[in-house]
Design a binder for this molecule. Structure first.
Ligand SMILES: Cc1ncc(COP(=O)(O)O)c(C=O)c1O
Length: 410
């Protein structure tokens, strides 16, 4: 595909760029389509009876302490402060609070000048890509991956290259990575804990990746950035923590979001943290402000920035996700699915019972089970269940799952 930034210089550039977006209309997100199906079906049989595992929308409430912060801000701050424009790069005291919190937690001496506040991880990744690539540069990611990466990367003018999955453990297949990396590679985009696999990269994986990238930087004679998309950082099971990529590799760009950690995806708030060891970290942060001007992003709402500055150590209660993960994993195993136990997130990613996961997912709909076929995650033959739904509904869905498997596949 010709990068859109090259098209912009064509005589009919505007038309061609518009057509690029128009083409995307025919490639509508399968996740959104299934979610819309669930809503429609819900009107017929009651949404309670639709086992909707399509959308990754948090189902546990935002912590009361966060709501209390918002109420206090509304009651004590002046409306002009709370609802006014934010500085382009974010409110300095908020950036300072984020930097200090990351320093405490990961031991990396971030400064406010390394932090840029964004509208969630989506805004963070889109800005990070534009900071460090020019049209035609390659960005590597690993299957299975979040389908929106295709849009984030392609519409920045860079080219997305996908490393085939390590289906044994959903870590990184370094033999395959070696085949995909090239002198055009400017960034590697990872997501741990992972949507859709639920896997967390181990310290061994992250150390190997850091060593691999450092060796490739030396070989190619240019920087290779590690963009770490981490909206599920806090959702890890069995009392474990998720090893943080930025502690392994200096040229890391952390893309964080409060969407899942505080169950506030509609509020659109997150940040980029450029590793302070990146020589031009402060420049990259400042460049994000210019990128914002170009794409009309602007900062997240002032009130949200002020609220998250006081909530950096807070999370929702994720015990429901862990309970749901265990219930589904056990049932899927018992039914004979090849499936890995999720380390975290609120996704599970079993292998479908036939080669075409689209057909599998279509058949499941007859039982009002809405699961997402894996083709758009870059690994056909699997399906994703987003179990951010009430446990009681998961329990009821197990009967439908058993009936589906018995009737269609036994
Ligand atoms: C892996 C991954 N990255 C990024 C996002 C974007 O999230 P947000 O922009 O709400 O932070 C999501 C949302 O589901 C996701 O799963």
């Amino acid at each position: 595909m010709i990068p859109c930034f090259i098209l912009i210089h064509c005589q009919k550039g505007a038309f061609m760029i518009a057509s690029l977006y128009e083409e995307m209309l025919s490639k509508k997100s399968v996740i959104r389509t299934l979610s819309e199906f669930s809503a429609e079906r819900g009107k017929e049989i009651g949404y309670d009876n639709v086992f909707d595992y399509s959308l990754g929308n948090p189902s546990v409430p935002t912590p009361q302490a966060f709501t209390d912060i918002l109420i206090r801000l509304l009651q004590t701050e002046t409306p002009t402060k709370l609802h006014g424009y934010s500085p382009t790069l974010g409110i300095p005291s908020v950036k300072q609070a984020v930097a200090a919190s990351l320093h405490r937690r990961f031991g990396i001496p971030y400064q406010a000048t390394d932090i840029f506040l964004t509208t969630g991880a989506a805004g963070a990744v889109a800005h990070a890509l534009r900071c460090i690539t020019v049209p035609g540069d390659e960005v590597i990611t690993f299957a299975p991956y979040f389908p929106e990466y295709t849009a984030y990367v392609n519409l920045s003018g860079a080219v997305l290259k996908v490393v085939p999955a390590d289906t044994a453990h959903f870590q990184i297949d370094f033999t395959e990575l070696e085949k995909v990396i090239s002198p055009k590679t400017m960034a590697v985009l990872i997501n741990t804990p992972n949507n859709p696999s639920g896997a967390v990269y181990t310290t061994d994986t992250l150390q190997k990746l850091a060593d691999f990238l450092a060796a490739k930087e030396a070989e190619y004679g240019h920087e290779i950035y590690l963009i770490s998309d981490e909206p599920y950082r806090e959702i890890v099971f069995d009392g474990k923590a998720s090893p943080n990529p930025s502690t392994f590799y200096n040229r890391s760009i952390m893309c964080y979001s409060f969407s899942k950690s505080l169950s506030i995806p509609g509020e659109r708030i997150g940040y980029i943290a450029f590793h302070p060891a990146i020589e031009k970290s402060a420049t990259l942060t400042a460049m994000c402000g210019q990128i914002s001007r170009g794409i009309g992003h602007n900062c997240p709402a002032t009130i949200m920035q002020l609220a998250i500055a006081e909530a950096l150590d807070l999370t929702s209660d994720f015990s429901v996700y862990e309970k749901n993960a265990n219930l589904l994993y056990q049932e899927l195993k018992d039914l004979g699915f090849a499936v890995q136990k999720p380390d975290g997130t609120f996704y599970i990613f079993p292998k479908a019972l036939e080669a075409d996961a689209n057909l599998f997912s279509q058949k499941a709909l007859k039982y009002d089970l809405v699961v997402v076929p894996s083709d758009s995650f870059g690994l056909p033959g699997y399906f994703r269940m987003a179990y951010c739904i009430p446990t009681e509904k998961v329990e009821r869905s197990l009967e439908a799952l058993r009936k589906f498997v018995k009737t269609e596949y036994q």
